[in-house]
Design a protein around this ligand. Structure first.
Ligand code: PLP
Length: 372
């Protein structure tokens, strides 16, 4: 079946006892078992597994084409579980422009635990090859990447990882399975911040790992989910699963609106550059066309005049809201350099836009008046 159909049905069935079509929420922390401890219905205690979490995991494994999935309370918790599943002394190759929190985890926390990390430009395959050590166990990929929306070649990076005896992990938060299928391109694990497009309404945090196979690495992640306990609540899982029903439709609209906004900005005299892989002149356009089925809702612009000019535009928007995060129905704008602080790699003139589901004419009119 096609993605639109699976996004609605995967992991869900009509409740056999009540006939309810929409799934129930199961807040119970504990489930009746047999006197000898056997669990005929499959559930024992909600930290280990819960019906709402199972439904969400089954759905994402299906949408990504994986064998299994493990849900966490945030993508940062999911990322932590992947790194904890490695051994001290192992080495990770990660993108220079990895999600801010992923870079911080490697530099601040896992470095102290003896996990080595080399940060490279993932668009430069020779640099990735040169970073391989005999202890390299993981090549971490994130595409398109924040905030310049660089596109990296998942198939080529997975091949480099496999030739080195390592695994390839792809953070697919920005593209979602509606636009990009990393496992089909050769990745072994997919990471998601369900906080963003999957839940889609800016009202629930969550993370998730999908595995191509139930191998040793995934079983360690699964074990850490239960023993570490950074699990999402049943209601959170229910909300994310509900959001996914409209994911393919929303991603189509986000992509369409972002392309309209990017095209408008690209022609504007006060805009120095637009970073969006959907624009034909973008350096990532051809690769994105090959490995994605749409270009997504995230773009960045650089305002002529630097930091002050960018902040002035952010201060004037009315439909866009100045806020971090992305993937909700409402459009957001953010001056990343201010939010990330002195260590930022984001240009001072850059504003990041999460293009929402409002009418694109209203978004363009808002940016037009803010740019002046
Ligand atoms: C937001 C985000 C994360 C972290 O997600 P949390 O749920 O906030 O921990 C990781 N990767 C990417 C690409 C993100 O955008």
């Amino acid at each position: 079946m096609r993605l639109e159909t699976r996004a609605i049905h995967a992991g869900l069935r009509v409740d056999p006892t009540t006939g309810a079509v929409a799934p129930a929420i199961h807040p119970s922390t504990t489930f009746e078992h047999a006197p000898d401890g056997a669990c005929p219905r499959g559930w024992l205690y909600s930290r280990n597994a819960n019906p709402n979490r199972d439904a969400l995991e089954e759905c994402l494994a299906d949408l990504e084409g994986g064998a299994a999935a493990a849900a966490f309370g945030s993508a940062s918790a999911a990322t932590t579980a992947v790194f904890l599943a490695l051994e001290p002394g192992d080495h990770v190759i990660a993108p220079l422009d990895a999600y801010y929190g992923t870079g911080r985890l490697l530099r601040e926390t896992f470095a102290r635990w003896g996990l080595g990390a080399t940060f490279v430009d993932m668009q430069d395959l020779a640099a990735v090859r040169a970073a391989v050590r005999d202890t390299t166990r993981l090549v971490w990929v994130e595409t398109p990447s924040n905030p310049l929306w660089h596109v990296s070649d998942v198939a080529a990076l997975a091949e480099i990882a496999h030739a080195a005896g390592a695994r390839c992990v792809c953070d697919n938060t920005t593209a979602t399975p509606a636009l990009q299928r990393p496992l089909a391109l050769g990745a072994d694990l997919v990471v998601h911040a369900t906080t963003k497009y999957l839940a889609g309404h800016g009202d629930v945090m969550g993370g998730l790992i999908v595995a191509r196979e139930r191998d040793g690495l995934f079983e360690r992640v699964r074990g850490l989910q239960a023993t570490g306990g950074a699990v999402p609540s049943p209601f959170d899982c229910w909300l994310v699963r509900r959001g996914i029903r409209t994911l393919p439709l929303r991603m189509r609209a986000h992509s369409e609106h972002a392309l309209s906004v990017a095209t408008f900005l690209d022609d504007h005299p006060r805009v120095e550059a637009v970073h969006y892989p959907g624009l034909p002149a973008d350096p990532g356009h051809k690769l994105a066309q090959r490995q994605m089925s749409g270009f997504g809702g995230m773009l960045s612009l650089r305002v002529r005049g630097g930091r002050d000019a960018a902040l002035a535009v952010a201060a004037k928007v009315r439909v866009f809201t100045c806020a971090t995060s992305f993937g909700g129905t409402e459009s957001l704008v953010e001056h990343r350099a201010s939010v990330e602080g002195p260590a930022t790699r984001s240009p001072e003139s850059l504003l990041r836009l999460s293009v929402g589901l409002e009418h694109p004419d209203d978004l363009i009119a808002d940016l037009a008046q803010a740019l002046g």
